[in-house]
Design a protein around this ligand. Structure first.
Ligand code: HEM
Length: 404
C-alpha cells in the first residue's frame, strides 16, 4: 500500500512524546508525517518490528551528501535552509559503508566493555564529588547539578577537553540541538564549535597527551585514512553524544523511579537489580526520541506501506520501545522485566558505540544517588516538568527534587 495521508505534527509534540508515538502507532506502524519546525515530510516509524528492521536495512542510507540533496528537493521553498554545521558533518553517523566501517573502526576499541570498565574508579570518584556538593542542600535541580556534569566530565576527560572550556562547549552543544533556536544562533554555535575543535586538534598535534583525541590525531597522521574534516567531525560527534545522552538516561531514570515508589523501594532493597533496571529505564523512557535521519535509496516495504525511493525515514525509538507487540504492558515501569533487545541505542551498523560507557555511568550514578539520599522525592508535579525541544533528545529541562 502507498499512502497519501500526511499527518501534520503539532509544534509541541516533544512535550508528550510517548502519547504522540502511541497516537501515531494506532493508525499504523509506518506513517507519513510533516514535522515542525520546517515542515519536513517523512515516513515516521513507531512499530518495534518495523523500526528494528529499518534501522538495519542497507537500502536506508545516511550519507550527508544524499541527505543534503534530498533536503533541497523536499523542503518547502520558503523553509529556512539548513546549512548549519556542514563542516562538522563528516562523521560516522552521517556515513554509509565503506566510509562508516573505516571511521567506526578507529574508535571501536576505545569504547568496548573491557576498556570502559577501567574507567569505573574515575566515574565513581566524579559521582561522589557531585553528590558531596549536594549533601548540605534541601532541594536541587538534578539536571545541572548531577545528571549532566557526570557524563560531560567523563567524555571531556576521555577526549582531553580542558576544564575551563567545558561550559562554553556545553552551551554550543545545547544550542545546536535546540529545534526552536534562531538559525543565526545555531550558525554561530556551529562556527564556534568548529573553530574550537580545530584549535584543540592543532594543540594535540603539537603536544600529544594521553587522551583519545591525541590517539586519533596520530591515527590520521600515520595514514590511517582520517582526513582533517573527519577528525574534527569525529571529535564533534563523540563530544556531543557524550554531552546530550547519558544525562537523560540518569534524569529520566530518576524521574521514573520517583513516580513509582514500589519500584524505587525494590531497587533500594535489592541494588543488584540495577543493571536490569538501567535496561528498563532505557526501554521505558530512553534519551533519544527520533533516531537520526535516513533516506531510502530504493523502494522499501515496511508495515504494509511501500516507502518510495528518495524519501526521508525517521524511527521513533521511544515509540518502538513502547510497542505492546514486543513489550507487554509497555507503559508500566518494571525493573525486573526482560527489557534487553530495546532499541534505545539503535540497531544495526550505527548501534551506539558509547553504550558500554553509558551503562556504566548510569549504574554508578543511580546506585550512588539512591544510596546517598534515602528520602529523595520529586519537588514538582509531573505535569509541570518541561522537556527539551528537540526531535533527537528526549530529556528534561530541569528535574527539581527534595533531597531530604
Ligand atoms: C544513554 C546514553 C546513550 C544513548 C541512549 C545513545 C543512543 C544512540 C543511538 C540511538 C545511536 C544510533 C542513532 C541512529 O542510528 O540514528 C547512537 C549512535 C552513536 N552513539 Fe550513542 N547513545 C548514548 C551514549 C553515547 C555516548 C556516551 C557516546 C560517546 C562515546 C556515544 C556515541 C555514539 C556514536 C559515536 C554513535 C554513532 C555510531 C555509528 O554511526 O556507527 N553515545 N547512540
Amino acid at each position: 500500500m502507498t499512502t497519501d495521508e500526511i499527518v501534520e505534527v503539532a509544534e509541541d509534540y516533544t512535550q508528550d512524546a510517548h502519547l504522540f508515538a502511541e497516537l501515531l502507532r494506532a493508525g499504523g506502524p509506518v506513517r507519513r508525517v510533516r514535522l515542525p519546525p520546517r515542515g519536513l515530510q517523512c515516513y515516521l516509524v513507531t512499530g518495534f518490528a518495523e523500526a528494528r528492521a529499518l534501522l538495519a536495512d542497507p537500502r536506508l542510507q545516511k550519507n550527508s551528501q544524499g541527505i543534503r540533496e534530498l533536503f533541497e528537493a523536499k523542503l518547502p521553498p520558503d523553509a529556512p535552509q539548513n546549512s548549519v554545521g556542514q563542516d562538522l558533518n563528516w562523521h560516522m553517523l552521517n556515513s554509509d559503508p565503506p566510509d562508516h566501517t573505516r571511521l567506526r573502526k578507529l574508535v571501536n576499541k576505545a569504547f568496548t566493555s573491557r576498556t570502559v570498565a577501567r574507567l569505573r574508579p574515575r566515574v565513581e570518584e566524579i559521582t561522589a564529588e557531585l553528590l558531596d556538593a549536594l549533601a548540605g542542600q534541601e532541594r536541587a535541580d538534578l539536571v545541572p547539578s548531577f545528571a549532566a556534569p557526570l557524563p560531560i566530565t567523563v567524555i571531556c576527560e576521555l577526549l582531553g577537553v580542558r576544564e575551563e572550556d567545558r561550559t562554553e562547549f556545553s552551551d554550543w552543544s545545547k544550542t545546536l540541538l535546540n529545534a526552536a533556536v534562531r538559525p543565526e544562533d545555531a550558525q554561530n554555535a556551529a562556527q564556534s564549535m568548529f573553530a574550537y575543535l580545530t584549535g584543540l586538534i592543532a594543540q594535540k598535534r603539537a603536544e600529544p597527551a594521553e587522551d583519545l583525541l591525541s590517539d586519533l590525531v596520530h591515527a590520521s597522521d600515520d595514514g590511517d585514512s582520517l582526513s582533517e574534516p573527519e577528525l574534527v567531525s569525529m571529535a564533534f560527534l563523540l563530544l556531543v553524544a557524550g554531552h546530550e545522552t547519558t544525562v537523560n538516561l540518569i534524569a529520566n531514570g530518576v524521574l521514573a523511579l520517583l513516580r513509582e515508589p514500589e519500584q524505587l523501594a525494590r531497587l533500594r532493597a535489592e541494588p543488584e537489580l540495577m543493571p536490569g533496571a538501567v535496561e528498563e529505564f532505557l526501554r521505558f523512557d530512553g534519551p533519544i526520541h527520533l533516531a537520526t535521519l535516513r533516506f531510502t535509496a530504493e523502494p522499501v516495504e515496511a508495515g504494509g506501506v511501500t516507502i518510495p525511493a528518495g524519501e526521508f525515514v525517521l524511527v521513533s525509538l521511544l515509540g518502538a520501545n513502547r510497542d505492546a507487540e514486543r513489550f507487554p504492558e509497555p507503559d508500566r515501569l518494571d525493573i525486573t522485566r526482560a527489557a534487553g533487545g530495546h532499541l534505545a541505542f539503535g540497531h544495526g551498523i550505527h548501534y551506539c558505540v558509547g553504550a558500554p560507557l553509558a551503562r556504566l555511568e548510569a549504574e554508578i550514578a543511580l546506585g550512588s544517588l539512591l544510596a546517598r539520599f534515602p528520602d529523595l522525592a520529586l519537588d514538582a508535579k509531573p505535569d509541570e516538568l518541561v522537556y527539551r525541544q528537540s526531535s533527537l533528545v528526549h530529556g528534561l529541562e530541569a528535574l527539581p527534587v527534595r533531597l531530604r
